[in-house]
Design a protein around this ligand. Structure first.
Ligand code: SF4
Ligand code: SF4
Ligand code: FES
Length: 500
């Protein structure tokens, strides 16, 4: 059993394991101690001197982030002395900070702004002009650095040293000329650079992708699981439900990812926006003419076609591993158990290197639910080995192919080629969110799909752990459905038309 210590925090007895800092204990108790340089995913630097607390019996205030709780310690975070220290530490950090909140992307989620309102509110004593430093520096593919806004907390330097171990950043010069920057000739090139934007407590690092697109207080965030690879990082998706648009993805603390996520995962919102999505269902009439239709029209067309063939020999399913386990279950229950479909193929990206791993988070299996699909294939009586069976469809003799496409085009370099290939077959019903299916004049039938941020369900990650989708945004596409909803509509069509 681990050793514990008991101490007082603002008069309340707290028991924590030995080695816990006052900062960590306070967070567990929801006691706010102002801080800039401390971050739960990084080592302690103790450089911002903001997190001052009073320990009874000791002559000076101490920093909570580097103060281990010990038995009998009596810590107060809200004495006049501590409050005054917070206020003046904040003024110190703002001495050379530019007043550009109106044009700063961090506005609305900035430590300086938030703390000014909660512990600051002082009359500035600065009479001298501020020290000017370089702005808008290009330090990495996804980053813009404004060194004037930096408060030199060193979180970014520690991230580079401790997490990615790339060490590209340093603090150069001394005193009020000290400046954050990359080493000469270096740029930040790894796949984790936007974490620097997240951990920077001010607007010094901003995201090239998100800059100037939206004020953060207009956005709604909902928890989800990243669909970008089989790691299954916990994330928050930020969108604007009233305009049905998406703007960014940020990491949420989770078992699979700790505090971080990769840059590839950050872009998993762009395929959800309307301009690149299939927005209407498609059908083809008996004369071979293609029409845009609504969901019910496309279900009717598909329902009739299914009713006219022998499912065991004439229907094939081609299924990507980018959908939820619940969807696979309903798909196989209907097509395999009820209709007796025997031809089920896995749709994989031919260039994927499924076992590759970058050592931090990003995996070569760019499907969030390979394990979930394997589980449901097994349940339905099929082989579970992960294999690319895309090419088997053409030779399967099926008259109807239900092609459930990968959701995320950027994870499948061969997607367009594969889609073109499928349009050459007799009849393919695409269940997809990809706008290019509608743009392809040879597509005969399509049902628009919901994206991962618009449905509930489970991804099973590479390790067999579940990642949940449980807080959906409204789907920007009126006729967008998930697999379970499409299957339910097909079933209902069959029942109402006397098919079983
Ligand atoms: S750039 Fe941001 S994270 Fe880095 S030292 Fe400055 S304030 Fe801290
Ligand atoms: S490592 Fe994989 S799951 Fe995590 S953010 Fe990147 S793409 Fe998404
Ligand atoms: S948070 Fe404790 S010194 Fe910065």
């Amino acid at each position: 059993m681990s050793e514990t210590v008991t101490f007082k925090l603002n008069g309340k007895d707290i028991t924590v394991s030995k080695g816990t800092t006052v900062m960590e204990a306070a967070r567990r108790e929801n006691v706010e101690i102002p801080h800039f340089c401390w971050h739960p995913g990084l080592s302690v630097a103790g450089v911002c001197r903001f997190c001052m607390v009073k320990v009874e019996g000791r002559p000076k205030l101490e920093i909570a982030c580097n103060l281990q709780a010990t038995n009998g310690m009596d810590v107060k975070t809200d004495t006049d002395e501590a409050k005054s220290a917070h206020k003046w530490a904040l003024e110190f950090h703002l001495v050379n900070h530019p007043l550009d909140c109106p044009i700063c992307d961090q506005a609305g989620e900035c430590g300086l702004q938030d703390y000014y309102m909660s512990v600051g509110k002082y009359q500035s004593q600065m009479t001298r002009p501020k020290v000017l430093k370089p702005k808008m520096l290009d330090v990495g593919r996804d980053l813009v650095l404004d060194t004037e806004r930096c408060i030199l907390c060193s979180r970014c330097v520690r991230f580079e040293e401790e997490v990615t171990k790339t060490g590209a950043l340093g603090i150069f010069d001394r005193g009020d000329r000290a400046i954050i920057g990359t080493y000469p000739g270096e740029k930040i090139e790894h796949n984790y650079q936007t974490n620097l934007v997240d951990i920077c407590p001010v607007g010094a690092f901003t995201s090239r992708d998100f800059r100037f697109k939206q004020r953060v207080w207009f956005l709604k965030d909902k928890p989800a699981t990243c669909p970008g690879c089989s790691t299954g990082c916990s994330v928050d998706v930020f969108g604007k439900p009233e305009t049905r648009s998406y703007f960014r993805i940020k990491p949420r603390k989770g078992e699979a990812n700790g505090h971080w996520m990769c840059d590839k995962g950050r872009h998993m919102y762009s395929h959800l926006n309307q301009d690149v999505r299939l927005r209407t269902a498609l059908t083809t009439d008996t004369k071979g003419r293609r029409h845009d239709t609504n969901f019910a029209g496309a279900i009717e067309d598909l329902g009739k076609r299914i009713a006219a063939v022998n499912p065991a020999t004439d229907i094939a399913l081609l299924v990507s591993a980018q959908h939820t386990s619940e969807e696979y279950k309903s798909l196989f229950n209907f097509f395999v158990q009820e209709l007796g479909v025997k031809k089920v193929f896995q749709w994989r990206e031919p260039t994927e290197k499924i076992d590759s791993f970058d050592g931090l988070l990003y995996r070569g299996d760019h499907n969030a639910n390979t394990r979930g699909l394997q589980n449901e294939l097994k349940e339905a009586g099929f082989a579970t080995e992960v294999k690319n069976e895309f090419d088997f469809v053409a030779g399967s003799g099926a008259k109807i192919v239900i092609a459930i496409t990968p959701e995320i085009p950027s994870t499948c370099p061969s997607l367009e080629k594969q889609l073109n290939h499928l349009t050459e077959l007799d009849f393919v019903s695409f269940w997809t969110s990809a706008g290019s299916v509608g743009d392809n004049k040879k597509s005969k039938h399509a049902l628009p799909m919901k994206g991962f941020a618009e449905k509930k369900g489970t991804f099973i990650n590479h390790d067999g752990k579940p990642g949940k989708l449980e807080s959906p945004f409204p789907c920007p596409v009126v006729d967008g459905r998930d697999i379970t909803e499409i299957v339910a509509a097909l079933k209902s069509w069959r029942h109402s038309h006397g098919s079983r």
